[in-house]
Ligand binder design. Structure first.
Ligand code: A2P
Length: 308
């Protein structure tokens, strides 16, 4: 089954399902990427500098034999590089072994001290994160626009930006972000933020669409009922729900059978779920099941509803 595409505000297309690589360990992720591209038909891989596995992801891409131009590759600028966007991007390009990205995202709206006590998560003596208070995300975005204009990336966007954080940046932005990648799933649907993104022409992408490791969402009553009704797996319903709502789904797996079923099952579920089903699923979180699984202790208010 061919994967449907969504459209970015650049005019480019992006496959509705991509393979997530967060927490995919070295020693596992090369095979996962190779299998997804070569055997299943994925054409979209979601990466990040901070995942620490981009060299292996690149090896998997090359081993697949699928031409670079057929694959949509995303990566993300890490927090300690907000002052030096191109430097982080160049490391990612070298690690992946590619000469451009299809999409480059600001990973979090939190600049961290680039000269702190750790290159990834610098901390202050009291154990809190060492934030670069002097730096503004408006200036990070200017540097993102510069690498876009240079042609090193075909689109730029953000990740983990609330409406409040976008509103801090948009007044001085020359280019509207193409994408906002967020924790979006049945239990954290962020309906209000989705409406806001739509009004701005920013496409939402869902990370942890299954609820991350050992997810209780796979046992959700409504999900299991729809899975039975349509002869699919719970994971398929969770992913199909997002795609049917025009949200890019980025399920992570390093298990061949799941890599395959997440792709085919998501597309099957997206085509089977009716508008009535979607309305019912939209009501699950507001009905009392709201839950966010990923909430790092940044020590700053990111402006999200339901941040624990
Ligand atoms: P694994 O990589 O060992 O296959 P998310 O994409 O929401 O972050 O979820 C990723 C987690 O869900 C990983 O632990 C992954 O395990 C697991 N997972 C991925 N696909 C499925 C599936 N179809 N059914 C159950 N668990 C899955």
């Amino acid at each position: 089954m061919a994967c449907p595409n969504f459209k970015l505000n650049t005019g480019a297309t992006i496959p509705a399902v991509g393979l997530g690589t967060w927490q995919s360990k070295p020693g596992e992720v090369k095979d996962a990427v190779e299998y997804a591209l070569k055997e299943v038909g994925y054409r979209h891989i979601d990466c990040a500098w901070a995942y620490g596995n981009e060299k292996e992801v690149g090896a998997g891409i090359r081993a697949s034999g699928v031409p670079r131009s057929d694959i949509f590759i995303t990566s993300k600028l890490w927090c300690t590089y907000h002052r030096k966007v191109e430097e982080c991007l160049d490391q990612t390009l070298a690690n992946l072994g590619v000469d451009y990205l299809d999409l480059y995202l600001v990973h979090w709206p939190v600049p961290l001290n680039p000269n702190g006590n750790d290159p990834v998560f610098p901390k202050l003596p009291d154990g809190t994160r060492d934030i670069d208070w002097e730096w503004s995300i408006k200036d990070t975005w200017k540097q993102m626009e510069a690498v876009y204009k240079k042609g090193k990336v075909k689109a730029i966007g953000v990740s983990n930006f609330s409406e409040k954080k976008l509103e801090e940046m948009l007044p001085t932005a020359e280019i509207v972000p193409a994408v906002n990648q967020l924790e979006i799933h049945l239990w954290n649907p962020q309906h209000k933020l989705m409406d806001y993104l739509k009004s701005k022409g920013i496409l939402p992408q869902a990370y942890s669409p299954l609820g991350s490791t050992n997810s209780p969402m796979l046992k959700d009553d409504d999900v299991t009922q729809y899975a039975q009704k349509y002869g699919l797996q719970p994971a398929d319903i969770l992913l199909g729900y997002l795609i049917a709502k025009d949200i890019v789904a980025l399920p992570k797996s390093v298990t061949a059978a799941r890599i395959k079923s997440n792709f085919t099952g998501a597309l099957a579920a997206a085509s089977k779920l009716t508008n009535e089903d979607i309305t019912k699923l939209d009501a699950v979180a507001p009905g009392g099941k709201q839950k966010r699984f990923i909430a790092p202790p940044w020590g700053v208010d990111l402006g999200f509803d339901n941040w624990p």
